[in-house]
Design a protein around this ligand. Sequence first.
Ligand SMILES: [Zn+2]
Length: 75
Amino acid sequence: MCQHSPACPTSDAVDHDAARVLTTHPEQGWSLLCNGVVVFEDTGEILPDGSAVAPHRPVPRPRCGRHESLRVHAA
Ligand SMILES: [Zn+2]
């Protein structure tokens, strides 16, 4: 499947998420890697054999102003 040189890590390699991205779907939040692994933007993964990998890297959260609106204002 992989025609890159050097070849991408296979789906069962420890560094399988280092394979090249074939297609990315940012609107759906996932990318397909060269070795058949699907990586989600929260770093969760689905391997070609159907097994799932839980998110394993912290995702930076965008700052927002919602905390301000949650604050209770005393009259
Ligand atoms: Zn490849």
